[in-house]
Design a protein. Structure first.
Length: 430
């Protein structure tokens, strides 16, 4: 009976014999990370509004500056700690930070400066832990395993993202920010148990198995210096194209995010109402992403290739921006936001990670981390100021939507290029 159930589950998630347990462990790892983060996300959004909607570009810029400081420090750690233990250090550090914030919320309450610091820190925290988790997964699974199972593993993020905001909306009146932050810290520590199983399995059935292409053993640190991720990106036209893709993703996301914050601040002035609105949007996004990841994403990657994962969502967002230009309402904005975020979780994120799976450890851990953090938050900061400049021109949502549509079209073209190259180099799909 157990073997029959395992076989059926394996067929459902495109896992082969021996791959079901690691796939479930990867799913559980992402579930722990995202359920904790999405408990805190509605709080972060309301704290961003508390600091002033007109000040959001300053918070984005502060996040970028913190990233510039943090990335070399983590790269330095990555060069000295064996790869098998690097994730332990990162997760433990951020869990400790969460515990400190839980204490600060209990002592200081609704401090505006605490809200601003938390907003910046949680923006750094989210990208770092997710980037490091995907680096781990790209290290554990080889390229073909990634194409078959990353969509299912990403579904763990959607389940966590579905339950996290629901828990936040239900519990915020009882536990407040302090209690929710404590739960998020415990979930981050729980993710370490999944990580340890995955690294053990890597040598038996994953990227470190005898029949797999030769890779650097995880018992060694990743070679290089604190800035080798930056130099590696600048030396590779392909990685520069990945940077362009991420910059355009950040630009489109920021334009929509600022409009969402502005309208929610106008329509829902109370903190608890804002948390519930953001939580409801998160629930819708994660439910849509979960369905797509379980039943569509992996099959699209297998049948049509990574290029379809990376190009289809930007084109849909381009159409959505044009619709927003014609009908600039909160309902239309929410619809475009939901499409963009569902597409990112179900198509774009698994597709981006698939292109890193066949690459070397330095690219997976250092170049990729630089792109996922500094480049992404740099795109946030630049596009935040660009959005403020467009607002000053006095054309309202129309101009922002038209510029966003142009960015989304270019974003789709880059996605097609990146995915086509990966599909071509991967050869015939299994």
């Amino acid at each position: 009976m157990v073997n029959t159930l395992a076989g059926r589950l394996g067929r459902a998630i495109n896992a082969r014999p021996g791959e079901v347990r690691p796939a479930i462990s990867g799913f559980a790892l992402m579930f722990c990370l995202f359920s904790g983060y999405f408990m805190l996300r509605p709080i972060r959004e309301s704290m961003g509004i508390q600091g002033g909607v007109n000040n959001l570009q300053w918070l984005f810029s502060a996040t970028f500056v913190v990233m510039l400081i943090a990335v070399p420090l983590f790269a330095w750690l990555n060069s000295r700690v064996p790869r098998a233990h690097f994730v332990d250090w990162v997760f433990a550090l951020f869990a400790g930070n969460l515990l400190l914030f839980a204490l600060a919320f209990a002592l200081l309450g609704d401090s505006t400066w605490l809200a601003r610091v938390f907003y910046v820190w949680i923006s750094v925290y989210n990208l770092f832990v997710v980037s490091v988790a995907w680096s781990l997964l790209a290290d554990v699974f080889d390229g073909q395993q990634a194409k078959r199972m990353f969509a299912f593993i990403a579904a763990g993020a959607s389940v966590g993202g579905l339950l996290g905001p629901a828990a936040s909306a239900l519990l915020v009146a009882y536990l407040d920010a302090s209690g929710l932050t404590l739960i998020a810290a415990l979930l981050l520590l729980a993710a370490l148990f999944c990580k340890r199983f995955l690294m053990r399995w890597r040598a038996l059935g994953g990227a470190g198995r005898p029949a797999a292409p030769v890779t650097q053993p995880p018992s060694q640190p990743v070679p290089g210096n604190p800035f080798s991720g930056i130099t590696q990106v600048l030396a590779s036209p392909y990685l520069i194209a990945v940077c362009g893709f991420v910059l355009l993703l950040a630009t489109v996301s920021t334009f929509l995010y600022f409009e969402q914050a502005r309208l929610v601040a106008q329509l829902f002035p109370e903190r608890e109402a804002q948390v519930r609105v953001f939580g409801l949007i998160d629930v819708i996004v994660q439910a849509g992403a979960l369905f797509t990841q379980l039943f569509i994403s992996g099959r699209v990657a297998q049948a049509l290739g990574v290029r379809m994962l990376l190009a289809s969502v930007p084109l849909l967002v381009c159409v959505g921006f044009l619709g927003l230009a014609l009908m600039p309402t909160f309902g239309m904005l929410a619809a475009v936001m939901i499409v963009r975020r569902v597409g990112e979780y179900a198509f774009l994120r698994p597709g981006r990670e698939m292109i890193f799976a066949p690459l070397d450890a330095q690219t997976k851990y250092k170049a990729k981390n630089f792109i996922d953090t500094v480049v992404y938050r740099g795109g946030d900061a630049l596009s935040g100021w660009a959005k403020s400049f467009l607002d000053l021109l006095g054309q309202g949502t129309l101009l922002v939507a038209l510029v966003g549509a142009g960015c989304a079209a270019l974003w789709g073209g880059l996605g097609w290029y990146l995915g086509r190259r990966d599909d071509r180099e991967a050869g015939p799909r299994e």
